[in-house]
Structure formats: structure tokens, C-alpha cells
Design a protein around this ligand. Structure first.
Ligand code: 2AM
Length: 178
């Protein structure tokens, strides 16, 4: 059997936005709130693929390459937490339709290719903190960042020297809006 890679499709955030979010996080969450995700690892997952062989990766990227969807503007103006998985995240109060369509396509392609998909509906989010404290307080609303999304990315999740690193493997352009 060929080597397996832990893969997922996601939206990359511009470095400047990653830095801004990290600065905001430092002033809006206490150090005890949870374990902060590294700036370079802030991303929005579209479809998680699991442990995938080189052959399946090829089939999945062939399918993803056929997606013809327009780009969209992502607004991050919401924060939430999942106490059970002990995660705090950023999200959108009104996720753009383009984002939901893109994730639905990628998740359907993954399911058809035999990748297990969670039965939970897609909830677009950027994980900010893990192992959150049960007393975590979310920041008050009033923040908002926007970024233009022109592509999606296939990432491999690797652990290097005890640290998780997301390595971009392949980029897929979205259509320019008229
Ligand atoms: P999370 O940030 O909500 O934990 C790499 O691990 C990315 O894939 C992360 O964005 C992570 O989401 C997501 N991920 C990991 N395991 C997953 C699973 N079983 N189902 C869906 N997404 C998963």
C-alpha cells in the first residue's frame, strides 16, 4: 500500500490577516483561555479528507480541478466555541453563498471518492484556540475583517518536532467575478 497523507481542502488567509487576528486574539482572550493556534496555521477548512493514498489524492485533485466556482469575499465578524471539542473559533454571521457551494462540492466529491465525511452540517470556522477552558468568555461582537478569496488549497497536515504544520500542496483558482 502506498504512503498515506493526512489531507484537507481549505482557504488560506493572507499573512497580514493572520497577524491581525493573532494580535486581536492576544488582547481579547486571556492566556488561560486555551492553546492558541499558530498564526501560520489559521485557515478555514472546506473538506477534511483524512488519511489518503497517492492514488486517491490524484483522483481528488482531478475532481477539484474541474470545479468552476466564482471567488467571493469572506467576512469574519463572529466568534463562537464548541465546549465539547474545546475549541474557540472565528466565523461569519452570514457565510457567502460561494463559500457554502464550494465546501458542498468538495465534501460531495470527497464522499464519492470514499473519504468519510462528518454527518454534521458544514460550519465554516477558523479555529483560534484548542483545549479551551470551561470558563472561556467570548469577545463581544463588533470586530470584522474581510478578505477576497480567489483560490482554495489542498493541504497536508504534518507533525514536525511535535508541532502541527499545514503544508500547501496544490492551489485551485476560483473564477474571477464579472
Ligand atoms: P478544526 O480546526 O475544527 O479542528 C486540519 O486538521 C484541519 O482539518 C482542521 O481545520 C480541522 O478542523 C480539520 N479536521 C480535522 N479532523 C477532522 C474531521 N474528522 N472532520 C472534519 N474536519 C476535521
Amino acid at each position: 500500500m502506498s504512503h498515506l497523507n493526512r489531507l484537507f481542502f481549505a482557504l488560506e488567509l493572507p499573512k497580514t490577516l493572520q497577524q491581525e487576528i493573532v494580535r486581536w486574539r492576544a488582547t481579547h482572550f486571556s492566556p488561560e483561555a486555551g492553546k492558541p493556534v499558530a498564526a501560520a496555521n489559521l485557515h478555514m477548512t472546506l473538506a477534511f479528507l483524512g488519511e489518503v493514498s497517492a492514488e486517491k489524492q490524484q483522483a481528488l485533485t482531478d475532481l477539484a480541478g474541474r470545479i468552476s466556482q466564482p471567488g467571493f469575499t469572506l467576512r469574519l465578524d463572529d466568534a463562537g466555541q464548541w465546549p465539547r471539542s474545546r475549541v474557540a473559533f472565528l466565523g461569519s454571521r452570514q457565510p457567502p453563498r460561494g463559500l457554502l457551494q464550494l465546501a458542498a462540492l468538495l465534501r460531495a466529491q470527497a464522499a464519492r471518492s470514499g473519504c468519510w465525511q462528518s454527518p454534521q452540517p458544514f460550519h465554516p470556522h477558523i479555529t483560534l484556540l484548542r483545549q479551551t477552558d470551561s470558563a472561556l468568555r467570548l469577545p463581544a461582537p463588533g470586530f470584522s475583517w474581510e478578505c477576497r478569496i480567489t483560490e482554495f488549497v489542498l493541504y497536508a497536515s504534518r507533525v514536525e518536532q511535535g508541532r502541527t504544520r499545514y503544508q500547501p500542496l496544490q492551489r485551485f483558482a476560483l473564477k474571477k467575478e464579472l
